[in-house]
Write a protein that binds this ligand. Structure first.
Ligand SMILES: Nc1ncnc2c1ncn2[C@@H]1O[C@H](COP(=O)(O)OP(=O)(O)OP(=O)(O)O)[C@@H](O)[C@H]1O
Length: 365
């Protein structure tokens, strides 16, 4: 008896292929074509991996380690991420590489290029001096005063400028704003890093529910149904929580062993938002208090987008094109230059202190 012909597409496949994983593997192979070509100070050059001379550890995260290194006589930060069989791991690595390569903003860490190997990827980037998380720990353990308002103002200006750039130029939402992803350099520049869980938006909306650091996630991201959408205002909330923590030294929600309880308190719209209004230990300007209250509106429909925040007088006060506030203004007779503040904290606090945790603060790395 003749066997019935089955077209190829109808034949059962020996093992069902994961098309998304195939696409990621393809993207990885495509990315390999530009592996090892670094753009250092405007000069594109092929670099051998043996020319990466590691100096020391700068930090580590869930995805890998960041080390200082000398490459072709240039000091840089090299982030090594290890590849495994997990699809989410590969997605995260490729997103970080792709977004860092796309970005060109003074408020985002510059990428010089990357290396792709079978089991790891290295991103070479501009080296910064410390992240806000490390500064917080040093300040706490050395009993110094927490971030002054004018430093917070400069962070707000830099972070919102970076986030607005990502949205307007590339339709990207960061999704992981927290103290460890905001970096300082010795000159007082403040830049965002870590795009591993950033997302490309469709019609200014993002989907994926599971990604991000829960203690900094906006209420709408903690409550959404599978497949429902959110927008950049969720990053406005995360920035608000970060700034609150930097200036008070305290994460604003009770943290206990049960993360679930903390997240329920954040997500409950009937419970009040954190506010600097009730802060008794330090005084803040009414403009700053109002700005932070806007960022921390629990109901996303009442929370402003970047363009609205960029019109607020607190934001405008830190716009260098409108008078270079942070360089010129003095507070109590002292120049409020961010670099001076940053360098004085580093000089007055101990490096080992940045390794010790702070009580009641989310441990995010
Ligand atoms: N360009 C840089 N210069 C100096 N230090 C850096 C740089 N990039 C990252 N770091 C340090 O390394 C730490 C970890 O980096 P990063 O957040 O990119 O890693 P990750 O594995 O993606 O982390 P996470 O688990 O927070 O998502 C940062 O918090 C910071 O302290």
């Amino acid at each position: 008896m003749e066997r019935k012909f089955t077209p190829l597409s109808m034949k059962p496949s020996p093992s069902r292929r994961d098309t998304e994983k195939d696409a990621l593997e393809f993207e990885f192979l495509e990315g390999c074509k530009k592996s090892g070509v670094l753009d250092i100070d405007g000069l594109k050059q092929a670099v051998d991996p043996n020319e990466i001379h590691i100096i020391g550890l700068l930090g580590s995260g869930s995805c890998g380690v960041v080390e200082s290194a000398m490459v072709k006589s240039k000091l840089m930060a090299v982030k090594t991420m290890y590849k495994n069989d997990n699809k989410e791991n590969l997605k995260r690595i490729l997103r970080d590489v792709r977004i860092m390569s796309l970005c060109n903003s003074p408020f985002i860490v510059t990428s010089y290029g990357y290396f792709m190997f079978d089991s790891s990827v290295k991103i070479c980037m501009q080296i910064m001096s410390a992240c806000c998380e490390k500064l917080l720990r040093r300040i706490y353990h050395s009993k110094l005063e927490f971030f002054p308002e004018y430093v917070a103002g400069h962070i707000v200006y830099s972070a919102i400028s970076a986030l607005d750039y990502l949205k307007e130029r590339h339709s990207i939402i960061h999704r992981d704003i927290k103290p460890s992803n905001i970096l300082f350099d010795d000159s007082g520049n403040i830049k965002l890093c870590d795009f591993g869980i950033s997302g490309f938006m469709t019609n200014s909306m993002a989907h994926s529910k599971s990604e991000g650091c829960p203690p900094y996630m906006a209420p709408e991201r903690l409550t959404i149904e599978t497949n429902s959408k959110y927008d950049v205002r969720s990053d406005v909330w995360s920035l608000g929580i970060t700034i609150y923590q930097l200036v008070t030294g305290i994460y604003p929600f009770p943290l206990n062993d049960m993360e679930f309880t903390t997240l329920t308190i954040i997500a409950n719209l009937n419970l009040p938002s954190p506010s600097l209004k009730g802060e008794t230990t330090r005084s803040f300007s009414p403009l700053f208090i109002e700005f932070l209250d806007f960022c921390l509106r629990k109901d996303v429909r009442e929370r402003p987008e970047y363009k609205q925040l960029m019109k607020h007088d607190f934001f405008l006060d830190y716009d260098p094109s409108r008078g270079d506030f942070y360089k010129l203004k003095t507070i109590n007779g002292n120049p409020s230059h961010v670099a001076e503040w940053f360098n004085s904290v580093i000089a007055r606090s101990r490096c080992e202190d940045e390794l010790k945790p702070i009580p009641n603060t989310p441990c995010v790395n």
